[in-house]
Design a protein around this ligand. Sequence first.
Ligand code: ADP
Ligand code: ZN
Length: 735
Amino acid sequence: MSASASPPQAVQSQLLEAMRRYWGYDSFLPLQARAMAAAMSDRDSIVVLPTGGGKSLCFQTPAVCREGVALVVSPLISLMKDQVDALRACGVPAAAINSTLTPGERRIIAEQIRRGELKLVYIAPERLLAPRTLDFFKQAGLSLIAIDEAHCISQWGHDFRPEYRGLRVLKETFPQVGVHAYTATASEAVRHDIAQQLGLIQPQFLVGSFDRPNLIYRVRRASNRFSEVCQLIEQRRGEAGIVYCISRKEVDKTAAGLSSLGYRALPYHAGLSDDERHRNQDAFLEERADIVVATVAFGMGIDKSNVRYVIHAGMPKSLEHYAQESGRAGRDGLEADCLLLYSGRDAAIWRGLIEKGESAAAEGALQSLVAMEQFCSGVACRHRAIVAYFGQELEGDNCGACDVCLGELDLVEGAEVIAQKILSCVLRLDERFGADYTAKVLAGSAEARILELGHDRLSTYGLLKEHGAKAAREWIEQLVGQEYLAKIGEFSTLEVTDRGRRLLKGEGTPQLLKPKEAGRERRSGRAAADSWEGVDRGLFEVLRQLRTKLAAERGVPPYVVFGDAALRDMARRRPSTLDAFLNVRGVGEQKRADYGEAFVEAIARYCQANSVALDCQVSVSSETEVVSLRSAPGPNASATTAFPHFRRGASVEEVMQKLGRARSTVLGYLVQYIQFEHVFDPTPWLDESVLNRVEGAVEAVGAGALKPIYEHLNRETPYEEIRIALACLANRDGA
Ligand code: ADP
Ligand code: ZN
């Protein structure tokens, strides 16, 4: 980090005053003060802050404080529109010049600039660089030039845009105006490339921490992906989330599965028409849909601040991608969940794709992939691992916001011995078999192939019998991740590495996770700690609906009206007057004028109806909140195809015909449907009288097994009916 000075006191007060007045914030986020100081004093700068770090205010606040108009270069129309909407909502005069404007609109904006009425003008690079535009701005009196998403200028970045290259002329055309580059991209090479490409003069580098403390990372080996995805979504029902899948096919399947469960989910990938993609993205931004299921194609230009979770239903191909994609959660600084589900198959898919691609980049891509796999199977703090990958260190021991630090992952005792058993088995198998097979041998499986090959006579056969093949399989992956084992060649056969050979001699300390038990998840963390403290959740919901309504009336996305953080602070302070309303974090003067009355009134109405106190003093403690969450297993994806039919009351026979599935399969789907949707009325699938009979039988013989119930009912009620009845009865008990 740079050791440059903070702004002089007078400048600092001026900046704070503007922040308070327009945005309703009364303190700087890390590095904001120094970044703003550079922009106030025309010192070129490169500001690297993670997503959600508050980069926009770094140039917007100085732009408001200074004479003249600030020029902001931005790559996407959607990004410009978002920012301009947000600025106007705060009472800052701003506009965007882009291809969507009519000539008439463009003239009006030019006129406003000439009259000095605008503080910020957003523009795409190709438009800015037209000679006429440059000449125009020479007359305009620029306060500063901001280059947003500045990594787009570097070929080494992940998002190179050739049209950014020409921006070099800015420094030549406006030598006395400060040029400031903003990016979230971490790599040092890219940073220096940006400085060079833009021709910056002794720029100040301000590089923040890449850690995103409000994101709660969890990494799990996938067993039933769809069901695991459902579980988190269910916990976050009604909130905004993104589910990333590796392939388009997975996207379509998952989105359809979620929709049939009644979630408001839409797909997004490059195989859809432009029109459909835009429609789905807009629905998400305007909160008409809660979930976007997407490939990596989704995300650039998504400024939505209240994404509450990002699920990776498959492993991304690099940690850069992971940081970028998971980073779309919690831009508002409030806690958000990032769940990553991975399997060895994901890595194999990426490997296949990389090897098919061009060879020059393949080497680097494979290295990135290996780092990603190690992250997944690793058992070190996730926050630490991510920032370490980007060359930074994390302060403190326990991040309190990842599965490792929250103690959700239990390490097995005696990992060294287990690892040695696994490695010797790999050697006994002459390093000619894959992970699945090796795991089965270790678990003592009597599978035909093992017997045929005589591997049941190996000394390592059944060494991990008490743990089972599934656990052995997971441990093998973890050992690959820790480089004691390697997967080789087309068939991913296991090989013991040099490191592994040393382990066999007793050198090394592998760490292995206890196999996952269901329902053992804790939630918490410093991240969740303060943000809900003192918040009346009922009121929050009421305010959220009000926000949606007002946003729709004004034709802006809801988060432009207020972010989630501001709504929570309202539901915490519960201001009864417009003055008190101004104390809410995220409420500036313009928003008080525009929305104050509606919100204060809604708050008063709610508080009176529910006997909740108004005008609360706020003291946010940092105590850890531990909420235990119900973890009902979700259905499997194929079962959900039947749900819409059951929902409209289709019979088992009808569904069999519709889906072309066997009776027993469809009955299984029905049981899952009943469980998932908490159905307790068995009609039309079962007569109420059958339910009563089964209930009687359960009282007599218990619900532990089907057979005693079947016997108790004189073998007159078919098993399938008993299963359906039991599923319904379980929901009645719980109701
Ligand atoms: P970035 O562009 O770096 O991803 P943004 O500029 O979108 O980040 O800011 C992220 C969020 O933080 C926004 O909701 C913004 O209003 C908020 N924010 C910015 N500066 C402050 C501040 N000083 N205090 C509180 N919140 C802030
Ligand atoms: Zn941690």
